[in-house]
Design a protein around this ligand. Structure first.
Ligand code: BMA
Length: 316
């Protein structure tokens, strides 16, 4: 078994792979797990982040309100499936990621400024009070994803520079910081290669440390005559120099396939933002936004994912 470096999480939400299923990722049969009905005045609740917290789980959720303001709220769950969301708005913006780093829960998200979107960074210890740091870059960028530990003494952030609209391009970069305030040493990580991700790519959940390298799930976008289609890919980054891509699957591991991924405010979107891992068993539970409308859950194991990447490896 490929080894996940991390804690055991015996209570992570889990279902076994259905008999006969050939792909490396399979869906929870009770999907979607969070819908607009989870919060009064929500138009939609989708691309959202969760982490283990206490005996259960905590999360930060992207809520587009009925006013279509884009806000983040927190929530708690005992089992990772049934969630209670707090109506209090934490920040404006969207597409949160959560990362346990130096004993605190760091939130990175698409922060809205008058000059375009940038990467907001804040931390909490209790999911009630938050301390916001400086934005990690000037506009325009999205998909800011922190690594869960310093690498060679520096914090690392994946980031996707973009434009002010529905950007028709996009590569993943990595920036370094000694203090989570000043960011530099910007490195190119990867751009689109295959057709399924030809328009743009952006990092997804907090990277998962394994003995092979950092397992990075990401979204890739293809433009058809009907608009964008978002699917989930995976790559393995070097543990010490994480801008180096060691392995990368040539095709999506999860792509729109079910009604709740096909139908919604933005059809054909699978947008992963969080992954829970159980280092003892190699199990991984991935939370993803479905059609910009709901949050869905999918499962894999580190071996299912790594085998797929290595069998379909773009990096020779
Ligand atoms: C991106 C972001 C995501 C969204 C996706 C599909 O640009 O806005 O939040 O899921 O588009 O609409």
């Amino acid at each position: 078994m490929a080894k996940i470096y991390g804690d055991a999480l015996p209570n992570l939400p889990w279902q076994e792979k259905p008999a006969g299923w050939q792909y490396p990722v399979w869906r929870y049969d009770g999907n979607p797990v969070i819908t607009r009905d989870n919060l009064f005045m929500a138009n939609s609740i989708f691309n959202s982040a969760v982490v283990p917290y206490g005996d259960g789980f905590a999360g930060v959720f992207r809520v587009d309100l009925r006013s279509r303001d884009q806000v983040l709220v927190s929530g708690k769950s005992a089992d990772g499936i049934h969630w209670t969301l707090d109506e209090r708005q934490i920040f404006e913006g969207y597409d949160p990621r959560l990362c346990l780093l130096d004993g605190k829960y760091y939130l990175s998200w698409v922060n809205l400024t008058p000059h375009g979107t940038t990467i907001g960074i804040a931390y909490t210890e209790d999911f009630t009070s938050w301390t916001q740091l400086e934005d990690a870059c000037y506009p325009v960028a999205r998909n800011g994803v922190l690594f869960p530990r310093k690498i060679n003494g520096e914090y690392c952030l994946l980031i996707r520079p973009c434009d002010r609209g529905h950007t028709p391009y996009g590569d993943i970069f990595l920036s370094h910081s000694k203090d989570l305030t000043y960011w530099g040493k910007h490195r190119f990580v990867m751009g689109p290669v295959k057709n399924w991700e030809m328009t743009k790519v952006g990092a997804g959940p907090t990277p998962i440390e394994t003995d092979l390298g950092w397992l990075m799930y990401y979204h890739g976008v293809i433009t058809s005559c009907n608009g964008f289609t978002y699917a989930m890919g995976a790559a393995i980054l070097d543990r010490d120099e994480p801008w180096k891509v060691l392995h990368r699957a040539d095709s999506a591991l999860l792509q729109p396939h079910t009604d709740y991924e096909f139908v919604g405010d933005v059809p054909n979107v699978v947008f992963p933002c969080a992954a829970l891992t159980d280092a003892a068993t190699g199990r991984i539970a991935i939370y993803y936004g479905a059609a910009d409308t709901a949050v869905a859950l999918a499962f894999t194991t580190v071996d299912d994912t790594v085998d797929y990447i290595l069998k379909n490896d773009l990096i020779k």
